[in-house]
Ligand binder design. Structure first.
Ligand code: OGA
Ligand code: MN
Length: 228
């Protein structure tokens, strides 16, 4: 057996490569990018079946902040989430796709992405997530792994403009909305976690997404910080 092992192959059509290239190009030019039909169809279908089969009561109200400063504030966000641990086949395929994207972006953009965490989110009609950034710029004092790159994808077949629920992207100052991304099935959005204020607008129907974050290791190379 060869000592060289390949990463799991994509569907062979070059779709994955072209999606990854579009994401890298978008990040080089702006701080964010949205790519329609980016999720491989077979993966999207698996994730869609999986998220619908996971009982609603296994989603927990989403909090803000991490671990001990984690608070649930329904005035800021209303979605319910479930962390992806890789315990279903669909989740493993998702994590593998994200790992391939991580190594692609590390090679192309030298981001030094080190780990990845993600969760499903379910927004019921009327739910929202007010304007926020996913991470604050480092001030030199933090020790843990930091969120650098945010990734969002959507599992909503047949989404229409009238369904609302867009991801609103703001300018750097967080003053004006510069773009609204429809949470359409298979669309992938990637942005710099500290640089792009964004907001989830209320939807008129159930809205499913996955939100994930690539992180860099903290400033203590000898103490790798595990995800979460
Ligand atoms: C988040 C988030 C965006 C979306 O979970 O931090 O901004 O469109 N999600 O679901
Ligand atoms: Mn966010």
């Amino acid at each position: 057996m060869s000592a060289i092992t390949a990463l799991p192959p994509d569907d062979g059509s070059g779709h994955e490569q072209s999606v990854f290239e579009q994401i890298a190009a978008g990040l080089r030019m702006h701080n964010w990018c949205a790519v329609a039909d980016a999720l491989p169809p077979a993966l999207a279908a698996r994730l869609f079946d999986h998220v619908r089969s996971v009982d609603n009561n296994r989603f927990a109200p989403a909090g803000i902040g991490r671990s001990n400063d984690h608070v649930h504030n329904p005035f800021v966000r209303r979605d319910r989430i479930r962390w992806i641990e890789g315990d279903a086949e669909a989740e493993q395929h998702w994590l593998q796709w994200c790992a391939r994207l991580q190594s692609f972006l590390n090679r192309q953009l030298f981001l030094g992405l080190f780990s990845f965490e993600s969760h499903f989110a379910h927004y019921q009609p009327g739910d929202f997530y007010r304007k926020h950034v996913d991470a604050f710029r480092p001030d030199g004092t933090e020790r843990g792994a930091r969120r650098v790159l945010s990734l969002v994808t959507y599992l909503n077949p047949g989404w229409q403009l009238v369904d609302g629920g867009e991801l609103a992207i703001y300018d750097d100052q967080g003053v004006q909305i510069i773009h609204k991304v429809m949470p359409a099935y298979g669309t992938v959005v990637v942005f710099l976690s500290t640089e792009v204020p964004h907001e989830v607008l209320p939807a008129n129907r159930d809205r499913y997404s996955i939100a994930g974050w690539f992180r860099v290791n903290g400033n203590h190379a000898d103490r790798p910080d595990p995800p979460r």
